[in-house]
Unconditional design. Structure first.
Length: 254
């Protein structure tokens, strides 16, 4: 994808990784449309940064369809979709009341959300001369954190979805690029923005932008820090990495 002249829709971009990337892409010269559930926050970001905005709830199929229609009407030149949809929940799988409702919500948002987003834009993107679908998985797709089983599984599903649709869409103008974040300081979990073991948000976003610009043909966007998890099985130190990842609780404490 061209970071300087694309028209990009990023749902879930009112905070965290999504917003950090949206700001940088806009600064490079791309047209960026951000989506989120809170109208007042969207309006503030529009006023402060000049984004185009659309209200969208990625857990709601009707909301996705309505937002897609609104985006494509206003931006018929849209050529990049960043399927940024994700929640993370700590779960206890010893009894259903400790995990079932959470697991259903995680799968709805993290797996069905991106699937429905891609479905809403796939035909349009294939009509563009060059287009990109960016999916967002996680290092936890490759090495599990015991406290967040559904999140790990949802991101593993996104990894395989990305691999599969890349093969299917190879005969089209659409590229599929998978962004694989490590732990990043954000509000994905309570207190995680202060987790000193996680990568600072600005450092992550800056490195991602550099990779997008210097490795434009890469299928996966991998900052250096996520390599520990992404390639653990290949290196042969998977058990040791699993133990290291799980030596701390989700809030970064011993």
């Amino acid at each position: 994808m061209d970071t300087t002249s694309s028209t990009i829709f990023i749902p879930g971009a009112t905070s965290g990784i999504g917003l950090a990337l949206a700001l940088r892409l806009k600064a490079r010269g791309s047209t960026v449309i951000i989506g989120g559930r809170r109208t007042e926050l969207l309006e503030r970001l529009r006023d402060e940064h000049g984004f185009d905005t659309v209200r969208i709830d990625t857990a709601d199929p009707a909301s996705i369809r309505e937002a897609a229609a609104e985006v494509l009407t206003a931006h018929p030149d849209l050529d990049v979709l960043v399927a940024m949809a994700g929640i993370m929940r700590v779960e206890d799988w010893h009894a259903p009341e400790g995990f079932l409702a959470s697991a259903e919500a995680v799968v709805t948002t993290n797996v069905l959300g991106p699937i429905r987003l891609i479905a809403a834009f796939a035909e349009h993107l294939q009509q563009r001369q060059a287009a990109t679908i960016v999916t967002v998985s996680s290092g936890l797709a490759f090495v599990p954190l015991a406290a967040t089983p559904s999140y790990n599984a949802s991101k593993a599903a996104i990894h395989q979805l990305s691999e599969s649709i890349r093969l299917q869409l190879a005969d089209t103008s659409v590229r599929v690029v998978e962004l694989v974040p490590p732990a990043v300081r954000s509000d994905l979990l309570p207190g995680h923005a202060e987790n000193e073991d996680a990568m600072p948000l600005d450092a992550f976003a800056d490195e991602v932008m550099g990779l997008l610009e210097t490795q434009p043909d890469a299928d996966e966007v991998l900052v250096e820090r996520v390599g520990l998890l992404r390639f653990a099985e290949r290196r042969g130190d998977y058990p040791q990495v699993v133990a290291a990842v799980n030596a701390r609780d989700p809030h970064g404490k011993e």
